[in-house]
Ligand binder design. Structure first.
Ligand code: ZN
Ligand code: ZN
Length: 450
């Protein structure tokens, strides 16, 4: 049931009893499930989201299609240590992985502790070998260790390919000890050709590392079989909806998330929750009275596989100025820090926003917000950005795995997200002055560079 009252009262009530965000994430995980970009499942997700937004009273709801090169994972993913300690390991392909030959390939595995060690390997030194890349990813409230460990997935497979490897397996970029490999995209760049690339679950990767310790001079050999493939250009799309403001000529407030997930993940944390949070906040602001500015929600498509939706949205709408952009894409745990990129250019508004969410346990910060993956348009316009930083301690336990399911969402923390987003979006949508600079907006049509 929609809560009514002043913005503050609605935000406070959302903390206690918001059901909208939960309804969205329960709905999309139950009625759609995994929704890999460019596939029929993602299309079903967009149809579902359009219906949900329409049913909840959003205006100008649309599915804005775009074409994208599409990769699908196939249905075979096997890693078998053939010697000296034969056993199966649990593996899944990384996004953009090539396939092995039918029946698989078998080769000696070469161990690299870090991406830097791999980069130091001479050209040709991995010819005919499988490279294995380890690293230590640790939990962090701000998720900062992803920046350290992520390159093992993002770029290391390309380095292995350049050095002649026939395949690569990495320890999952993840922090849990379930036998769930964490998938995610790898980028081959222009200099390396795609080779089979897989992620081992963390327990399986550690098992492999123990084999290296115990094998002495004996080589470790592995048979790897995977059949991902490219299926050419497919249609994805961005779903948008609006709470139309009293002055639709003013640049809108953009709230973003992404609707797609990896094939192996129902995408409750990543990023069904984010879409639920922003949609709930927009509806809560509307319930406090029609805002001055339009609030637009952007459920981006094809984020996981290369930010295609964010890129397409910016290309299509670059001439339509955005007042400020915010994204929710870091799970469903509580928001603990407020950041903007206008603390110096518009200190009054920064301070007002930061103090408005202090009652929800959110700290002010001097860190300059840079925005998430789906805010390309705002960065391209050099616009105002706010980051509402969530507690990411658990995020990389679940990220891109089959464990990213609804039951992992803590309702109380999800509601705290909605309360904070309601408060912040409500202030922004009723701000008369330019958000980035605090300058008065001329009565003539709004211009770029607010
Ligand atoms: Zn995400
Ligand atoms: Zn993701």
């Amino acid at each position: 049931m929609q809560i009514t009252g002043s913005l503050e009262a609605i935000a406070d009530a959302a903390l206690e009893r918001d059901e909208i965000a939960w309804d969205f994430v329960e709905g999309v995980t139950t009625e759609v499930g995994p929704r890999q970009a460019g596939t029929e499942a993602e299309t079903r997700g967009r149809v579902w989201a359009v219906e949900w937004l329409t049913k909840h009273g959003f205006q100008n709801v649309a599915d804005e299609p775009f074409e994208m090169d599409t990769w699908v994972p196939g249905d075979i993913a096997k890693a078998h240590v053939t010697g000296p300690f034969p056993q199966e390991l649990v593996v899944q392909p990384l996004g953009n992985s090539a396939a092995t030959p039918d029946g698989g390939l078998e080769a000696e595995v070469v161990f690299f502790r870090t991406v830097a060690e791999l980069r130091a390997a001479p050209a040709g030194s991995l010819k005919g070998k499988i490279a294995y890349i380890s690293h230590e990813m640790r939990r962090a409230q701000d998720g900062s260790h992803y920046g350290f460990a992520g390159p093992a997935r993002w770029v290391a497979p390309g380095f292995a390919s350049q050095r002649g490897a026939v395949a690569v397996v990495i320890k999952s970029v993840g922090t849990d000890y379930h036998r769930n490999p964490h998938t995610g995209g790898t980028s081959w760049g222009d200099e390396s050709s795609p080779i089979p690339a897989g992620a081992l679950s963390v327990p399986d990767a550690e098992n492999l590392e123990r084999m290296f310790e115990r094998a002495g001079d004996r080589p470790i050999t592995m048979k790897l079989e995977m059949n991902p493939r490219r299926i050419g250009k497919q249609t994805s799309g961005n779903v948008v909806g609006e709470i139309v403001g009293r002055n639709p000529d003013l640049p809108p407030v953009l709230l973003a998330c992404h609707l797609d997930s990896w094939w192996n993940a129902p995408g409750a944390f990543d990023d069904g929750a984010g879409c639920g949070i922003i949609a709930a906040a927009a509806l809560n602001v509307a319930a406090s009275g029609q805002p001055l500015r339009t609030i637009r929600v952007l459920f981006a498509g094809a984020e996981e596989v290369g930010l295609f939706g964010s890129t397409a949205y910016s290309k299509a709408h670059i001439d339509e100025p955005i007042a400020v952009g915010l994204e929710s894409d870091f799970g469903a745990d509580r928001i603990w820090r407020f950041e903007s990129n206008f603390r110096e250019s518009n200190p009054d508004l920064h301070a007002k926003l930061a103090s408005s969410v202090a009652r929800f346990g959110v700290a002010n910060s001097r860190i300059v917000a840079s925005g998430g993956a789906d805010l390309n348009i705002v960065r391209d316009q050099k616009g105002a950005i706010i980051d509402l930083q969530q507690d990411g301690t658990r995020y990389f336990d679940l990220h891109h795995t089959p464990d990213d399911t609804l039951d992992k969402i803590d309702k109380a923390q999800l509601r705290q997200n909605v309360a904070v987003w309601t408060q912040v979006a409500g202030i922004l949508a009723n701000e008369e002055r330019a958000i980035k600079t605090g300058r008065a907006i001329p009565s003539a049509p709004a211009t770029m560079g607010e």
